[in-house]
Design a protein around this ligand. Sequence first.
Ligand code: SAM
Length: 374
Amino acid sequence: MADTVIPLADLRYTAAVPQIPSQPQAPTGLLADRLGRPLRDLRISVTDRCNFRCSYCMPKEVFDNQYKFLPQSSLLSFEEITRTARLFAAHGVVKLRLTGGEPLLRKHIEILIAQLAALRTPDGQPLDITLTTNGSLLERKAQSLRDAGLQRVTVSLDALDDATFRRMNDVDFPVADVLRGIEAALRVGLAPVKVNMVVKRGTNDEQIVPLARHVREHFGPNVVLRFIEYMDVGATNGWRMDEVLPSAQVQQRLHAAFPLLQMEASATGETAQRWRYADGGGEVGFISSVTQAFCSDCNRARLSTEGKLFLCLFASRGHDLRALLRGGCSDAQIAGSIGLIWSDREDRYSELRSGSGPAGAGAERRVEMHYIGG
Ligand code: SAM
């Protein structure tokens, strides 16, 4: 049998140095892009490394021990991240999500969280600070994260069955440790905990009902399970449409086991369609980026591990904010640049993708999710 070769173009460094406006306007918090979308949510990737090798995200064949992760000197420092987040807050960002890679692998992440927790919106409110993790280190770190000022946590968990889970993380990591991490998060008050399950047809779709049952019975309404459609992010996961199980089908299967009722979306830009169990057993969500694009109210920006700003999860190119941070620019200049970048934004990859396959909306290779942040 012929080997499958997955080409990997290193697009980590493809980023233009942003323009600095000659007379920067002070941020008003009212920034809107070309499609009228405000800027509210900043996702910050704090490391491109992960201790899992989920095939849909960081397949082992590509991310092996020869793979060159970013050197420490390339990473934004905590001070650089905090400064950038402060400027985004001035532009209207109210929510920060730390991600990666696996964010809990970044040393002393609690120090960053404490710095971010001290930031305020223009009207004096603290920002909503959350973190997405594979849960492997959560049991150990939950208390210190909470003490540092983290408010909530999202845990990725693709199966309840141990063998399926070990196969999917591809490093033989046991599911019991992640479940203990979720318990620890609840215990210290990082609630509600969101649990994200990426559903791949033929790989873990048999786990939809068992995982939902476990969450209902063991954790209750403080844990919100969300089903994510397997997405064509990056260029290494060999994505195929026939491995996507549309949310509508996930929902049907769940509804047959536990009747569901639809809820109102809680906030503009919300990624998940929210449903609740008819018997009062809590809430579930469906994130349907493939079959029901939600670009029209996307208010998220992404800051990569080395300080490139991306305007869409499926973007090919970023904007090199680190060049400004390390190039002696003032806060006013950097904020002005962010304003220009966002005002010019017109990305809506998922809407454009419909019908044309994963490469249809752009010929360029997209950046990898572990680098840009999920
Ligand atoms: N390591 C952390 C974790 O596991 O949650 C944070 C980074 S991870 C890239 C963030 C989220 O992206 C996870 O929930 C992961 O399952 C999801 N993800 C990665 N690749 C995906 C894909 N191809 N389709 C859908 N979700 C994906």
